[in-house]
Design a protein around this ligand. Structure first.
Ligand SMILES: *Cc1c(COP(=O)(O)O)cnc(C)c1O
Length: 346
């Protein structure tokens, strides 16, 4: 790995961060007149903890990762954007990503004016390692991997991921948004072996909390330190912090729900197999199925008429005539099934 000083943008490396009132004082006190807050209690009259200490302590215990290796952002979206702003000099640096994958990596590259190089997955939706490295050059700062991948649903092979992290001298970002639905373990337990690895996870999927906007990044403490320097001082509000602290106490119930979704994924798959308009169902380690169809646009429109919205992925690399269907409740699966049966008879 190149030294962090070479990888991080010069202005960011030198940056003296804003020092908030709440971060300058640590300890016990009874009178807080340092932050120009309103003194009358509304539950929310005080600024939130800028480093989310309590929440990170709980997450640390749950994930087996030290709090200094955790960054919390307003969704994974914030971490994705910060990675560009920290590492990529606009109009000079580039990033390399698998294709197809999650759209936000490309959108954030455009916003930050950073060249985005796509490398097509192979026919099994796995990484072509040699093609990937053929796109890497001296200005490549980030490699984007997503496993299980969106929209393909499969996990990338562990050996190839390891090979890439070990071989690349920049930062490898591994997005594990769907890891709780996967048969493969997270790379979190390997974090200490790889100073150039950033793992993204989220509260939006398995944790059932897309509405609160809370995402996690796990990395070497030096990288987390730079995230903390660049983020808005009070990025995670008090409502979200309190909610998440309580949610983490319900981890066992959340796990049962995840197990139910995984079972329902099997139910959905079994249903979809019955219909001739569904040509192929791709293997999934996530909470959705990518399926190829006899006509994605036509089926999409038909389902819309039935009040069912799926994601049309036709036009995306390797996804010709494909639909992406999230695993819903048993009742939702029955409705999709009935609509596809009617489509087949049409
Ligand atoms: C859904 C999803 C996320 C979650 O993003 P949030 O901003 O945390 O809601 C992240 N990565 C991938 C690949 C996703 O599909």
């Amino acid at each position: 790995m190149r030294r962090l000083e070479e990888l991080v943008r010069e202005n960011i490396y030198r940056l003296k961060p804003y020092s908030s009132a709440r971060s300058e004082f640590k300890g016990e006190a009874s009178v807080f007149v340092d932050a120009n807050e309103n003194p009358y209690d509304t539950l929310y009259n005080r600024y939130p903890d800028p480093l989310q200490t309590k929440l990170k302590e709980k997450l640390s215990a749950l994930k087996g990762v030290s709090a200094e290796n955790i960054f919390l952002g307003v969704g994974s979206d914030e971490a994705i954007d910060l990675l560009y702003r920290i590492f990529c000099e606009p109009r000079r640096d580039n990033v390399v990503a698998i294709d197809p994958t999650y759209g936000m990596y490309g959108v954030c590259a455009d916003i930050n004016e950073v060249e985005y190089r796509s490398v097509r997955l192979d026919e099994k939706f796995d990484i072509d390692v040699e093609a990937l490295f053929a796109s890497v050059d001296a200005n490549t700062k980030l490699i984007w991997l997503c496993s299980p991948n969106n929209p393909t649903g499969n996990s990338l092979s562990t050996d190839r991921i390891k090979n890439i992290i070990g071989r690349f001298d920049g930062i490898v970002v591994l997005d594990e948004a769907y890891i709780d639905f996967s048969a493969y373990p997270s790379f979190l337990s390997e974090l200490h072996n790889y100073p150039n690895l950033v793992i993204l996870q989220t509260f939006s999927k398995a944790w059932g909390s897309a509405g609160v906007r809370l995402g996690m990044a796990f990395a070497d403490k030096q990288i987390i330190g730079i995230f903390n320097k660049v983020k808005y001082p009070y990025n995670i509000n008090i409502l979200t912090q309190r909610y998440a602290v309580k949610l983490l106490d319900k981890a066992p119930a959340v796990k049962r729900r995840v197990a139910e979704i995984i079972r329902n994924r099997g139910v959905l798959e079994k249903q979809l197999r019955k219909y001739s308009c569904i040509k192929e169902i791709y293997p999934s380690d996530s909470n959705f199925l990518l399926v190829s169809t006899t006509g994605a646009k036509d089926i999409y429109n038909y389902l819309v008429e039935a009040g069912i919205i799926v994601r049309n992925r036709h036009g995306i690399t390797l996804c010709d005539e494909c639909l992406r269907i999230t695993v819903g409740t048993r009742d939702e699966i029955s409705k999709i099934s009935a609509a596809l049966a009617a489509y087949d008879k049409k």
